[in-house]
Design a protein around this ligand. Structure first.
Ligand SMILES: NC(=O)c1ccc[n+]([C@@H]2O[C@H](COP(=O)([O-])OP(=O)(O)OC[C@H]3O[C@@H](n4cnc5c(N)ncnc54)[C@H](OP(=O)(O)O)[C@@H]3O)[C@@H](O)[C@H]2O)c1
Length: 271
């Protein structure tokens, strides 16, 4: 059994690689720019020529999709590697309720025949921290700008996603898994939590959905990325991410990690 971890530099991929290494599991870390170490192999969704060597002899793939237009490359990759018999897909909460034309849902359907585990996490705590999309704006301007209004979300600690992914990568087919945190919090409450631990003012700056779209378009964001992001924030604003579930406790035998843990660990980053 061997494992290819795609997105191996990312929020879930990097800690998954570290855990597989710790356990002595056979794996390859697929990265766009390998550092020359034997564990790393070049893997770029935009370069089909890199896929064959990365997937050679691999049984199980941890699949982090390309960020834009994921269906054609994921389909082509799976076709090119028919020997890959198991896939652990990082998807998103609620995608099973989307139409088949939704790209994220379409990727779920593509991997279904490969003994798939489909992880469907809520929004990550880590988005507000180092390496997260909103961390820098919090440090620079003390704000999180998101069109989510007063809607609450079931924020999740990436480590819970990682712990479940590792169980699946090491051989258990888990099917669909919702990965939620233990509590529902609005973005304003999240901002208040950061303010409390860091001792600096942090606020939720909440544009309308239309304003947010206009900003993305003015910034020259790829139209497919705009469509993806608008779908995501619209779902969040309408309460679709206001969910908790018992999957973490069922699979890990402990409750999901609370936001307070994450805030305490990263207080220095925001100070
Ligand atoms: N963030 C959340 O709150 C959240 C919640 C639920 C689900 N998810 C899902 O998590 C996935 C990852 O999102 P994230 O924002 O957390 O990012 P991330 O995993 O932290 O980073 C993206 C990873 O993908 C790699 N990558 C990007 N383009 C690539 C390409 N062309 N070929 C190969 N690798 C490429 C990046 O490599 P480089 O280092 O080379 O750029 C990086 O390792 C997404 O599919 C998203 O739907 C995210």
């Amino acid at each position: 059994m061997s494992i290819l971890v795609t997105g191996a530099t990312g929020k879930t991929g990097a800690p998954i690689v570290a855990e597989l290494e710790r356990r002595g599991a056979p794996y390859r870390a697929g990265v766009r720019r390998p550092d020359g170490s034997p564990e790393q192999v070049r893997f770029d969704w935009d370069e089909p020529g890199s896929w064959g060597a990365a997937a050679e002899g691999i049984e199980t793939v941890y699949l982090v999709k390309p960020p834009i237009d994921p269906v054609p490359p994921v389909r082509a990759f799976l076709d090119a590697a028919p020997w890959v018999s198991r896939v652990v897909l990082l998807s998103e909460l609620g995608r099973e309720r989307k139409p088949e034309t939704d790209p994220e849902r379409a990727v779920e359907l593509l991997v279904e025949s490969r003994n798939a585990t489909i992880l469907r996490p809520n929004w990550f705590h880590d988005n507000v921290g180092p390496g997260g999309g909103w961390g820098e704006a919090i440090r620079r301007a003390g704000e999180i700008r998101l069109p989510t209004g007063d809607a609450a979300l079931g924020w999740v600690d990436v480590r819970d996603v990682v712990d479940i992914a590792v169980i699946a990568l090491l051989g258990e087919d888990l099917g669909g898994v919702d990965v939620n945190g233990p509590e529902l919090l609005t973005v304003a409450e999240l901002a208040a939590g950061i303010a409390e631990v860091s001792g600096r003012a942090v606020k939720h700056d909440a544009p309308s959905l239309a304003e947010y779209r206009a900003e993305l378009e003015r910034a020259g964001t790829d139209p497919l990325r705009v469509a993806y992001l608008m779908d995501l924030v619209t779902d969040a604003a309408t309460g679709e991410y206001g969910r908790t579930s018992n999957d973490v406790e069922r699979l890990l035998g402990r409750p999901p990690r609370p936001l307070d843990d994450y805030l305490a660990e990263h207080a220095d980053y925001w100070r």
